[in-house]
Design a protein around this ligand. Structure first.
Ligand code: XUL
Length: 526
């Protein structure tokens, strides 16, 4: 009998499902449900509740549960063979936290299939809304925790990242400070991922090492809750945290609610969920050190697998546990397509083909002209002051400015990924701008490695399904190999390889130092 695996991705704006047939090496079903349009009664905009304070971004956890009922109902209607699903895995937007009271355990264990998940769960929250990753209201708490842990370098080397506003620990601390009574009534703190996994398992689910590393509470090397970080965050916190475990690890049989309501097999297994980024690492097939993906979207994200845990002493990049048991890095450059588009607008360039023509009319290295395109406050390098800085670059020279934005972004990527001590041997490019061959050539030349395009729709949900399959196979006594498991599902676009031009690579080897000097200059000024 074919074995199917379900992967869900509870993201900011939507819930997605991917079903794979492992033996046939195929994705057999995909579906997404948009929160705002499918569940307007929650009054979210792009999945987030309106708030007078622009720094505060919360979402209702009941919305995520209601979406699960709807999506599973849709799958059943669409004729998915629910009874053949052997294990269910998933991932969630990272960092977001759910606060459960003393009723949660009992309610989770006795979900009534005659009622909706929403009606079942209504009474289990010690806090009605969940702060999510877009929230940046905890600068003060970040500073307090960082100070107690001994500064940026030590915070990063212990927990995998410096303290960040969106990370769970600072959010928990703010909750404890602003609403100590509700904090006291909180018996369990879950992440989006572990909350959703708890529904399937019918009990409080563990947090995996990927999402655990997004809390500023987990010891990144020992992979347990870090005593000092927990203490620096809030009193009596340790008792509220679930255990940590591998993503995809089997928790137990799926709750009877799902068997009776949607036709899951009573023997189907609920597994530990992870964060959307660790799941994407699997869904993009990045299971070997040196394999890197760059997602070229509004922001550009650089992430990949690394075997040895190395942390960024400047605190700009993150280290998370990967579902493979290795580590993954994530570095987010805010001015990605955002900056590319701004430069295009600034010089009134018709389209990206015309843009590439201008870039190609100038020499690689741009005669040493450098642009720092920080149209918005930048995450890497960290600066709160937006600004466009030009060095030996004429503002009126459209072609040089077009080349300069591409080169600056790629040089920044090279410079700020050096701390990983892993030289990429292949970069898989995804996202909107990955169709731009001119940009990918600059990437290949600056990073000195081949760049391939990869198109994996719903890579996070796919990664979650693969992690569930892995956990299922381990549970049944097998020793599945990750590269084999992901291989058939994650193939780069045929013929998309762009090789570095060695002549240009030499130019960029020198230019990276000049770029670094320009950055230091600009950061001193701002
Ligand atoms: C990662 C992060 C985001 C969310 C998006 O640190 O905050 O990528 O995971 O869902």
């Amino acid at each position: 009998m074919a074995k199917l695996f379900l992967g869900l991705d509870s993201s900011t704006q939507s819930l997605s499902a991917v079903v794979i047939d492992l033996d046939a090496h195929k994705v057999i079903y995909e579906k997404s449900l948009n929160f705002d349009s499918a569940l307007p009664e929650f009054k979210t905009k792009h999945g987030v509740l309106p708030n007078r304070d622009p720094l505060v971004k919360h979402s209702p956890p009941l919305l995520w549960a209601a979406a699960l009922d709807l999506l599973l109902g849709q799958m059943k209607k669409d004729g998915v063979a629910m009874g053949k699903i052997a294990a269910i895995g998933g991932c969630g937007q990272q960092h977001g936290s759910v606060y459960l009271n003393d009723k949660a355990v009992d309610v989770l264990a006795n979900l009534n299939p005659k009622k909706s998940l929403m009606d079942n769960l209504e009474g289990i929250f010690a806090r009605k809304t969940s702060p999510i990753w877009m929230d940046s209201s905890t600068a003060k708490e970040c500073a307090e925790i960082r100070k107690k842990l001994g500064g940026i370098k030590f915070t990063a080397s212990r927990t995998g990242s410096d303290t960040f506003e969106r990370f769970t620990g600072p959010q928990v601390r703010k909750f404890y400070k602003t609403d100590p009574k509700a904090f006291e009534k909180t018996v369990h703190i879950a992440l989006v991922s572990s909350f959703m996994a708890s529904l399937f398992a019918g009990k409080i689910a563990p947090i995996d090492f990927g999402d655990g590393a997004g809390t500023n509470l987990m010891d990144i090397r020992k992979k347990n809750w870090n005593h000092d970080a927990v203490k620096a965050t809030a009193p009596s916190l340790i008792g509220k945290l679930p255990p940590l475990a591998d993503a995809g690890k089997v928790i137990g049989p799926v709750s009877a609610y799902f068997v009776q309501k949607f036709g899951f097999n009573a023997e189907a297994l609920a597994t530990v969920w992870t964060g959307d980024n660790p799941a994407s690492v699997i869904g993009l097939g990045l299971v070997k050190p040196g394999q890197v993906a760059v997602s070229l979207g509004t922001s550009d994200t650089f992430f990949g697998t690394m075997q040895k845990c190395v942390t960024d002493e400047n605190g700009e990049g993150h280290v998370f546990g990967s579902p493979t048991g290795d580590y993954m890095t994530l570095i987010c450059f805010k001015n990605g397509s955002l900056a590319r588009e701004k430069v295009r607008e600034l010089y009134d360039v018709k389209d990206w083909t015309a843009f590439a023509k201008l870039v190609n009319s100038t020499p690689p290295g741009n005669n040493d002209a450098v642009l720092l395109p920080w149209f918005e406050a930048e995450i890497v390098p960290r600066t709160n002051k937006p600004g466009i800085h030009r060095f030996d670059l004429n503002t009126n020279d459209a072609a040089a400015n077009c080349r300069a934005v591409f080169e600056a972004q790629m040089l920044s990527m090279r410079l700020h990924s050096q701390w990983m001590q892993v030289l990429p041997d292949t970069i898989y490019a995804t996202g909107g701008a990955a169709n731009d061959k001119c940009l990918l050539q600059v990437m290949a030349d600056v990073m000195n490695c081949s760049v391939l395009r990869i198109e994996v729709g719903k890579s996070a949900a796919l990664g979650a399904a693969l992690a569930a399959a892995h956990g299922f196979l381990v549970q049944t006594g097998k020793s599945p190999k990750w590269d084999k498991l992901v291989g058939d599902f994650t193939k780069p676009v045929a013929g998309s390889e762009i090789k570095p031009d060695k002549k240009n690579t030499k130019i960029y080897d020198l230019m990276v130092e000049r770029y670094a000097a320009c950055e230091s200059d600009a950061l001193e000024v701002v």
